[in-house]
Design a protein around this ligand. Structure first.
Ligand code: PRP
Ligand code: GLN
Ligand code: SF4
Ligand code: MG
Length: 498
């Protein structure tokens, strides 16, 4: 069998739920957690884990972990064990630090001076190596190579300013933020609350939703008194599958407490003076589900805008516009709309062929394009493994010309913040062949969206009221909008130690 990798690795998904009102709750917290996690499956398929708590003063935590997809990681019998949960957090993993095995599977649960905490993490610590040594110097033993275990242990450490008798979680989380600037979106469960945390750069997403009765879901009159519970998720797409209303995003550097009494913003930790937020721009380009909302805008709409911008920057003399399914479709529609060319489908994707299994992944919808000049849109070219066989297929099936337009700039640099990008040498944009990329992949022409074009397509939809919401009284630097583009530009949001 022949294998050839394509694309860039996903990331992780975190999800949490706290039942509102009286406990024990009537809300099926375990079911909400499982459904929420299934909706984040695109962010990681290696393993999954769920931890629930009954929320009592000396709480009982129930933990389930398994390898593979959410649907296969837990047996129905095992899920029954979670039924007394009044709150819980869960995680679906794509490993970046520490191999894909059960002991690295999240959430991590450790006992601290004040009781057990459970931690779910999306991201990757840029200073994990040095921090590991530092923590070990304190006499803390680490049982895995995972940076998420490191976060858990850092939270368990007494911060310098803490009192002995009661834990000060804000102080502990701030201490973590002092030790490591990025990249993490975290859910920390302690007894009867969940702390939702985004690093000061806001590199990874995190948002909050409100569970309301189905009858009130679409009613504008549904008020706080109708709240059945609170949910928190890497992406808002999961709210649709559990009947929750989008509430708001957790801000960069913010620590939000979620309890049965509601949502409370405890603090917003500032970035160093002058530093902009650095939300991963590739969430918009490729990772996120198109029905998710970031920074007040739907990912699908941003992808369409990228396609429109691409049509402005790289117009093509052609007959039809099409997509490399799945994720490039909104950009292709945007390109078609802007260029005035008709949009048609030229490829049929076999959804049962895995990411690394070379061919046949696509079939040609010959009748739609034989004898025509095709502009084919993809959202990204990474190694270049996907696009070449497609061009060959389309030409053999009768396309007169195939012009490739890419709705993001060439990827040239590795990511150290939670995404597995191939090594520099593996990236097609760094190879000598890139000088004649069209000839190399067999296209009639190839053009990419510029960095400026991508950034403007992303940022023009961030409404000024959204920008205002990002201002915190203590942190004027969070006033402005900013995105990480490091894999495209080599400009990392923080100075790297290697
Ligand atoms: O240049 P390469 O290394 O081949 O990778 C680039 C391709 O990988 C991704 O798609 P993927 O096949 O993951 O599927 P999707 O578009 O359906 O999400 C991306 O959308 C590109 O099409
Ligand atoms: N992709 C991620 O967010 C991974 C989280 C963490 N670094 C892990 O490897 O488990
Ligand atoms: S380097 Fe690229 S993939 Fe990594 S966080 Fe930045 S934009 Fe996202
Ligand atoms: Mg693709």
């Amino acid at each position: 069998m022949e294998f050839e990798e394509s694309g860039i690795g996903e990331e992780c998904g975190v999800f949490g739920c706290v039942a509102a009102g009286e406990w024990p709750t009537q809300l099926e917290v375990a079911q909400v957690l499982t459904l929420g996690l299934v909706a984040l499956q695109h962010r990681g398929q290696e393993s999954a884990g769920i931890v629930t708590s009954n929320g009592a003063p000396s709480p009982t935590y129930t933990t389930l972990k398994g390898m593979g997809l959410v649907s296969t990681a837990f047996s129905p019998e095992a899920l029954l064990k979670l039924r007394y949960g009044n709150l819980g957090i869960c995680h679906t993993r794509y490993s970046t630090t520490g191999i894909s095995e059960l002991q690295n599977c999240q959430p991590f649960v450790v006992d601290t001076l004040h009781g057990k905490i459970a931690v779910a993490h999306n991201g990757e610590l840029v200073n994990a190596h040095a921090l590991r040594k530092k923590v070990m110097r304190h006499g803390v033993g680490l049982s895995t190579c995972s940076d998420s275990e490191l976060i858990t242990q850092l939270l368990a450490l007494n911060p310098p300013m803490e009192e002995q008798d009661a834990p000060d979680w804000v102080a502990r989380i701030k201490n973590l933020m002092t030790e490591t600037p990025t990249s993490y979106s975290l859910l920390v469960m302690f007894k009867d609350v969940i702390y939702a945390v985004r690093d000061p750069y806001g590199n990874r997403p995190l948002c909050i939703g409100r569970l309301v009765p189905i009858s009130k879901l679409h009613s504008p009159g549904a008020g706080e008194q109708d709240t059945e519970g609170w949910v928190v998720s890497s992406e808002s797409c999961s709210f649709q599958s559990i009947g929750a209303k989008y509430y708001r995003e957790v801000l960069p550097g913010e620590i939000v407490q979620i309890s049965k009494h509601g949502i409370k913003s405890l603090s917003v930790v500032p970035r160093p003076e002058g530093d902009l937020p650095a939300f991963c721009i590739f969430e918009y380009v490729y990772f996120a589900r198109p029905d998710s909302i970031f920074e007040g805008q739907m990912v699908y709409t941003v992808r369409q805008r990228c396609g429109r911008q691409l049509a402005i920057e790289a117009p093509t003399d052609a007959d039809v516009v099409s997509t490399v399914p799945e994720s490039a479709t909104p950009a292709a529609l945007g390109y078609a709309h802007q260029s005035g060319l008709p949009y048609i489908e030229v490829l049929c994707k076999n959804r049962y062929v895995g990411r690394t299994f070379i061919q046949p992944k696509f079939g040609a919808l010959t009748d739609n394009f034989a004898g025509k000049r095709v502009v084919l849109i993809d959202d990204s070219i990474v190694r270049g493994n996907t696009i070449s066989p497609i061009i060959k297929l389309l030409k053999e099936a009768g396309a007169l010309e195939v012009h490739i337009r890419v709705a993001s700039p060439p990827l040239r640099f590795p990511c150290y913040m939670g995404i597995n990008i191939p090594t520099k040498e593996e990236l097609i944009a760094n190879k000598p062949e890139f000088q004649d990329i069209a000839g190399y992949i067999g296209a009639d022409s190839v053009q990419y969206l510029t960095v400026e074009g991508l950034v403007s397509a992303v940022q023009q939809g961030i409404a000024s009221h959204q920008e205002d919401k990002m201002i915190s009284p203590t942190n004027k630097s969070s006033k402005r909008v900013g995105h990480c583009t490091a894999c495209l530009t080599g400009k990392y949001p923080v100075e790297l130690e290697w």
